[in-house]
Design a protein around this ligand. Structure first.
Ligand SMILES: Cc1ncc(COP(=O)(O)O)c(C=O)c1O
Length: 387
């Protein structure tokens, strides 16, 4: 059997590699702490679980769901967008459920790209921003996020011949992996850029509510004109500790959402009705669970920043996401520093280069391990890592 060329060309999925390394060391009896993967350690809030249980007990949810999403789910997404971001969404035409934002990242490429089209992919960025275009026989061109610009891309620097072929663009704020947030007119500049160059903006909003220090993240769609040039991929995974549930939505430009839905009717059969009801309960319900979770992450972030400073590394505390992005010490690459931390402290971190060429020179620490384990990891880093 020979897999398709597309599959052969896929790079190994970053976290599969990390999981393999952890498994090998654990099999050898080593207590490895993984700060590699961004998967919240805290449970889904109880009222959401209860809504799932009630939904699962209702035989009405046992048949194929609708790919359009239950009206109650779409109403809940629209209500959340109105309350949280001041964005009005048409429940009939501007919202389709996703089995997580990841599904959206992959399939929006197949929805929009033809062979030889270009997708500008935030670099460093979520690895599927480059795998998705590849699976659509298109080309992902890195859109470097510039540290000096607060990890925003320099839109003026995109070469004309690339722009000529570019049909879409991925960005994400609050940003994985850098933790950067938007506090200026970047989204307005992005709308103008998309209009001038006839591009669809895909804003990955997976970390919308994971923010700290009083910062509140905007939606791209709240920018005047944004809904005419783009969509947002919204996820419940991180805000409500629901990574296992696979719940999100693609929202925005009705033409793009409609095209996405056409593709999706041929790919999957929708989100389990009980999960849709639980997602609606999450969005409609009390939001203090989200704030409490952010307080936990902020505390962990501060612990880690302190530990890194103790070994001579300067890390800026991010205002959002569940990650800390730090420059590696002089003389190291992101891979060699990752190896060093693993060898000396039995702690796994993610090498920045795995998120794209512009990630070289950085590593990413995830804040999603229980406090006691993070304390242990921090202690090991501070005591054992010798640069
Ligand atoms: C930037 C980004 N986009 C999308 C996803 C996928 O989210 P979901 O669980 O909703 O598929 C992740 C998950 O880590 C992410 O970091």
């Amino acid at each position: 059997m020979t897999p398709s060329r597309r599959v052969q060309d896929l790079p190994p999925y970053l976290f599969a590699e990390i999981e393999r390394k952890v498994a090998a060391r654990r099999a050898a009896g080593v207590d490895v702490i993984s700060l590699g993967i961004g998967d919240p350690d805290m449970p889904t809030p109880g009222h959401i679980v209860e809504a799932l249980i009630a939904g699962a007990r209702d035989p009405a949810t046992h048949q194929y769901p609708s790919n359009r999403g239950e009206p109650a789910f779409r109403e809940a997404v629209a209500g959340y967008y109105a309350r949280r971001f001041g964005v009005t969404l048409d429940v009939e035409t501007e919202i389709v459920p996703l089995l997580g934002a990841k599904e959206g990242v992959a399939h929006i490429c197949t929805t929009l790209l033809d062979p030889d089209d270009v997708c500008l992919a935030a670099d460093p960025g979520y690895p599927v921003y480059t795998a998705g275009p590849l699976l659509a026989d298109a080309e992902a061109v890195p859109l470097p996020l510039v540290p000096e610009l607060g990890f925003q891309p320099d839109l003026e620097a995109v070469p004309a011949d690339v722009l000529e072929r570019a049909k879409m663009l991925f960005v994400c704020y609050p940003n994985n992996p850098t933790g950067a947030v938007v506090e200026d007119d970047f989204f307005a500049r992005l709308v103008a850029f998309a209009k001038t160059n006839d591009l669809v903006v895909v804003h990955d909003n997976a970390y919308a509510d994971i923010t700290f220090d009083g910062y509140v993240a905007p939606s791209f769609l709240a920018t005047p004109g944004a809904k005419e040039v783009g969509v947002e991929l919204f996820s419940l995974s991180k805000s409500y500790n629901m990574t296992g549930w696979r719940a999100g939505a693609i929202v925005g430009d009705a033409e793009v959402v409609e095209a996405y839905w056409r593709l999706k009717t041929n790919v999957d059969s929708g989100m389990f009705g009980a999960v849709q009801r639980a997602a609606a309960a999450a969005l409609d319900g009390p939001q203090d669970c989200v704030r409490e979770m952010c307080d936990v992450y902020a505390h962990r972030r501060d612990l880690l920043v302190e530990a890194l400073r103790a070994i001579g590394l300067s890390a800026t505390p991010p205002k959002g996401t569940i990650y800390l992005w730090a420059p590696v010490p002089e003389g190291h690459t992101s891979a060699s520093f990752t190896e060093l931390v693993l060898e000396q402290a039995d702690v796994i971190v993610s090498p920045g280069a795995a998120y794209g060429p512009s990630g070289e020179g950085f590593v990413r620490f995830s804040l999603t391990v229980p406090d006691a384990r993070l304390h242990e990891a921090v202690q090991r880093i501070a005591e054992r890592v010798r640069l």
